[in-house]
Structures are given as C-alpha cells and as structure tokens.
Write a protein that binds this ligand. Structure first.
Ligand code: ATP
Ligand code: BTN
Length: 319
C-alpha cells in the first residue's frame, strides 16, 4: 500500500488539514494531495471536506492496536497490520520460520487483505477497516481424528461471542456464520508442519462488521453487523471478544473433545431437520440434516439410513 505513514495518521478518524499534514511530513501540500490520490487508488476512499481537511469515511474505523494489546493478556505473539496478503498466510509463514513456546498464541489481525481466501482458494472480500480479518495460531495436543471438529468449535465460539452482543447468529456446517439467513462470516482452518501432535493450527476468521455498501465480487446474500443493526460497531471491541471466546472454547475442546460442542451445535444449526444437498465436486447427495456426531461429522438421514459426512471439501446447500 502507498504512503502507510499518512494513512496511519488518518487512522485516528479525525480531520487532518492538508496544511497540517504537509507540515507534519515536511513536504508540500501538493505532495500530500498526490499521496492521498495514491491511497484512494489502492481502494481506500478518503473524504475531503472543505475547511476541515481529510478524513476516513464513517464506516472505516481502523483497529486500535494499542487497546487490543492492552486488553489481551497471555502469551501472545502479535502480527498487527493495516494491510497484508492474508492473515492465515502470515501465521503459516511464522510457524514455518520460528519455533514458538508451546503455549504461545499467535494473533494476526489486519484492516485489509489483498489475498483473503476462503475454502478451496475462493476469494474473501476484505475491504479496508470495515470488517474483521484475523487468524489465531495455536499448538494443540489433539488426536488427528478430532481436528475435523475444530472449524465447528471456532464457529460456536464466534456465535457465542455474538450472542453476548444481543445477536442471534446461526452456523452452516462446517464453516460459515450466518445472520438472518445471510452470510456474515466464515472460518478457514489450516495446518502447518508436522502431522503429529502438537499440531500447529491456523484458525482464520472473517466477519462482516461495518460493511454496508453494495459489494461487487460477493456471489451470495451477505450480512454485516451494521446492516443488521443500523449502526456502526467498535471493531476492536468485537475482535477482542471473539479472540477470548475462541481461545476459551479451543481450550475446552482440547480438554473434553467435541462432545460438549455436539450437544450445543443444534442451537445454532441453520438447516437443522431440513432437506439438504451435500455437494462434493459433481456429486450431490440428498438427505435430512440431523445435526452432528461426536466428531463434528454431519449426520444425514437418507431414507432412514444415517450417514456421517466429514467436512473437508464438501458444501452443504438447502435442497
Ligand atoms: P461452502 O463452504 O459451504 O461451499 P460458501 O459458498 O459460502 O460455502 P466458502 O468457500 O465458505 O463458500 O466462502 C467463499 C464464498 O464466500 C465466496 O464464493 C464469496 O461468494 C463469499 N464471500 C467472499 N467474501 C465475503 C464476505 N466478506 N462476506 C460474505 N461472503 C463473502
Ligand atoms: C469461508 O467462508 O470460506 C472462510 C473465509 C475465511 C476468511 C478469513 S479472513 C481472515 C483469514 N485470512 C484469510 O485469508 N482467510 C481467513
């Protein structure tokens, strides 16, 4: 991104006159205007108000990294940025390069992703300072067979955090967060390194917070906290709450396995008891969604035969 120091000044959401900025950076006002143009070209809209100066639009509220670091206690390794390619990729690279203490929690959080991704390499739309894009990296002692439940555990943690804000989120097996039947967020779990415990797990979460404008490139109905509630949300506060819940629920998962989560999954399941299609490449299987088993596999009732479907590369769609 161009002119990060100038953008960083605007991240306080206050007005800054061209004159003050020029004095601050010891350049001409024409140079400031040129830098602003370059930031705009990278897709970040900056408002220019006569007599007051430059300011970020209201729905762009950059993360407050100082607050975040002050609120989160524990052995955190922070990777905080205004822009990155993908927070999952950042954590993956860190795991590759560095041996971390066994209890270290890596937190990569950013205001903008240039290569945000969903499952199967699909694009995750990540405009500047509107939504949450973050990844937690942890080393977990779990049998490999249990790991498939992790995406659901993180989903339940996200849903529980949203409940504390008075919302009623739902989950679509295995990795999507919904609000009012529209996609609010998604979870992308990846693994790095040795395929024996402890596993270095990469838990990526994207959640739409203050995004309200029509977005090109999202191919399905979507929602955001602001669209739902009619007001902007404090992204740093929502992020803190999500992180705390994810760490708590992941610890419970490591101690007790998936069964406590299997019990509460139906409370959130978007298509419970409904006729669904399970799509895997060209293959489509139909049945009634009965919820999940003690591993997080989807239970499909096909003419009174119960079949367990593992996550991986399959997609659930309403029939
Ligand atoms: P499934 O995983 O069951 O196939 P899905 O169709 O939602 O569900 P995912 O890979 O989970 O697919 O998510 C990627 C899709 O999410 C993209 O194809 C895009 O349509 C949509 N998407 C991308 N960015 C956003 C966003 N910020 N908010 C909501 N949806 C998004
Ligand atoms: C999905 O619905 O397919 C999952 C979307 C996951 C998006 C998040 S945003 C933070 C992290 N970094 C990425 O590149 N992807 C995840």
């Amino acid at each position: 991104m161009q002119h990060m120091p100038l953008l960083e000044v605007l991240c306080d959401n206050n007005y800054h006159s061209g004159e003050d900025l020029a004095a601050n950076f010891k350049v001409s006002r024409a140079t400031i205007s040129n830098w602003i143009g370059q930031i705009r070209q990278s897709g970040i809209d900056i408002h220019s108000v006569p007599g007051r100066g430059y300011v970020l639009p209201n729905q762009m509220q950059p993360l407050n990294f100082a607050n975040l670091q002050a609120t989160l206690t524990g052995n955190f390794h922070f990777l905080l940025s205004r822009e990155t390619n993908s927070t999952n990729e950042e954590v993956k690279q860190l795991f590759k390069q560095k041996r971390l203490e066994h209890d270290a929690v890596v937190l990569a959080a950013t205001d903008k992703q240039t290569q945000g991704r969903g499952r199967r390499g699909r694009v995750w739309h990540s405009p500047f300072a509107q939504n949450l894009y973050f990844t937690l990296g942890m080393q977990l002692h779990l049998p490999m067979a249990e790991l498939s439940g992790l995406s659901l555990v993180v989903g339940i943690a996200v849903a529980k955090a949203l409940q504390t804000f008075g919302l009623t989120p739902q989950l679509k097996w295995p990795n999507d967060v919904y609000l009012e039947g529209k996609k609010l967020g998604g979870i992308l779990i990846e693994l790095e390194g040795n395929f024996e415990p402890p596993y270095s797990v990469i838990m990526g979460v994207g959640l739409n917070v203050n995004m309200v404008d029509n977005q090109q490139g999202i191919e399905q109905a979507w929602n955001s906290l602001a669209l739902h509630s009619g007001h902007n949300w404090d992204r740093t506060q929502v992020l803190t709450s999500l992180i705390q819940q994810i760490i708590n629920q992941t610890n419970i998962f490591c101690q007790q396995g998936f069964s406590p989560f299997a019990k509460i999954w139906p409370d959130f399941d978007l298509y419970l008891d409904q006729n669904v299609n399970i799509v895997s490449g060209q293959r489509v299987e139909q049945g009634i969604n009965l919820g999940v088993d003690d591993r997080g596999n989807l239970l499909l009732n096909q003419h009174e035969q119960i079949k367990a479907i593992t996550g991986g590369e399959v997609s659930l769609r309403p029939a």
